[in-house]
Design a protein. Structure first.
Length: 453
């Protein structure tokens, strides 16, 4: 396979676009896994509203499981990019082998721990006695497919970081299209309901993982997957560097779980399930923003990491400017889309006027500060791409801390609906601190590197 992108010599602007746009599209397509499931589930006759609330309770838990793939993938990919920039292919190969081993180990641990505890966990996450019969089978089937979910997500990062953004997009596209085809067959034709939605997702992730593994073992990429004894030093580096993006995703899901639990508690028996149904749709819309946004900022880490490792600060700064422009531009488009097309998006899931009205209001509130959020993603993921976890992790913790404080304080003061205001507060305050840290630290960081160009 011909190398798509020369991270060392290609012009920065076109290079960023060639990597960022397929990565963004790949993440956008991957959102279809959950959104398509929820659209079909919400339209199940008679039980759609409760089934959608049940799937919504599972959503953060499912993404929390998948976050382990990002821990390993985004931990290993920047190190591989830096090693490739240093022309150290042997070390890059050890990193890939260690990533593969870690993904299998995490898969086994997650299944062993979560399967026996799934029912009490779902109750804790906001499931009521009415929505639990839909949440348990969905979560159970998804957990049984954990190895495929982790391998598909984690190893795909190691394809993208070698310059094969298009191939990475194709693997995600394969899984999403298969899920789109299987969902109506399993849910409606075979009458499997929420079980069918989960089974379609697992089979789709299986296909995507096989595609990625075949590519990495075929010799078509510069670094080939070869099974080796796990390297303790490589594992430590992967886990340390990947902990920041993992915590970003994991804490996001903990926040959503807390949000559902608070909506259930503050809404009470009469409105708890209603608010969770609305929040399921709101968070589906937010995935359309955060996942592609992460595709831009995360996919382009390979450019930053490679040129940082090669000692080329001018190319790092040039790439960072392009990445910021893309992230902020994308969030500006989505800000307008939320206000123009929000009601149409909501009606894909539910046509109940009360659900549509409340959900549209909540979407408009949650997207108030997404332009600063685009800048936050670019700067924090930029630090991660250069291996600077000492900056990325505290910035991530700060934003999450603000969110948790607002999440628990707002409903106590203003009621259940005020919970939706926590998102713009943390987006704004988180970005302000990230800008300050980046401006103070980026110059000294780059100019410490030897061999500047």
């Amino acid at each position: 396979m011909k190398v798509e992108n020369d991270l060392r010599h290609d012009k920065i602007g076109p290079l960023v676009l060639r990597i960022a746009l397929p990565s963004m599209l790949a993440q956008f397509v991957s959102v279809l896994y959950s959104i398509v499931d929820r659209i079909y589930i919400g339209n199940i006759p008679q039980t759609g509203t409760l089934a959608l609330a049940g799937a919504g309770v599972c959503g953060p838990a499912v993404t929390l499981v998948s976050a382990f793939a990002f821990w390993i993938g985004t931990g290993g990919a920047p190190i591989m990019s830096i090693r490739l920039g240093q022309r150290d292919e042997a070390s890059a190969e050890r990193i890939m082998s260690s990533c593969f081993s870690l993904l299998l180990i995490f898969s086994a641990i997650l299944m062993l721990v979560l399967l026996p505890l799934r029912e009490p966990l779902l109750r804790l996450f906001g499931a009521s006695s009415l929505t639990l019969p839909y949440a348990v089978p969905y979560f159970t089937l998804y957990l049984l497919g954990t190895p495929f979910a982790l391998l598909a997500g984690g190893m795909n990062q190691l394809v993208i970081c070698q310059g094969f953004a298009r191939a990475g997009m194709q693997s995600v596209l394969l899984g999403a299209l298969l899920n789109l085809l299987l969902d109506p067959i399993f849910i409606f034709s075979l009458g499997m309901g929420v079980r069918g939605a989960a089974l379609a997702t697992v089979l789709s992730q299986m296909a995507a993982s096989l595609y990625v593994l075949r590519l990495l073992t075929s010799g078509k990429t510069p670094v080939r997957l070869r099974l080796k004894r796990p390297d303790a030093d490589s594992i430590g580096r992967i886990l340390l560097l990947g902990i920041s993006p993992f915590l970003i995703i994991a804490l996001d899901q903990v926040m959503l779980i807390s949000m559902n639990a608070l909506l259930q508690r503050c809404g009470g028996p009469s409105e708890g399930d209603f608010y969770i149904t609305c929040n399921t749709i709101v968070q589906s819309f937010m995935l359309l923003i955060t996942m592609p946004l992460g595709g831009i900022s995360g996919g382009t880490q390979s450019i930053l990491g490679y040129n940082f490792g090669a000692g080329k600060p001018k190319r790092v700064l040039h790439a960072q400017r392009w990445i910021i422009a893309l992230c902020v531009g994308f969030t500006a488009v989505m800000f307008l889309f939320a206000r123009i097309a929000g009601p149409g998006f909501i009606r894909l899931f539910q046509r109940d006027p009360a659900v549509v009205q409340t959900t549209y209001w909540a979407i408009c509130i949650e997207t108030l500060a997404i332009l600063p959020l685009g800048l936050q993603y670019a700067l924090v993921d930029g630090f991660t791409g250069m291996g600077q976890v000492q900056y990325a992790m505290p910035l991530s913790f700060w934003r999450k801390g603000v969110y948790f404080a607002a999440l628990f304080l707002l409903p106590a003061l203003f009621g259940a609906k005020a919970i939706f205001c926590a998102e713009p507060i943390c987006d704004l305050l988180g970005t302000m601190v990230s800008i300050t840290v980046w401006l103070r630290c980026i110059g000294p960081l780059l100019h410490k590197r030897p061999g500047r160009a």
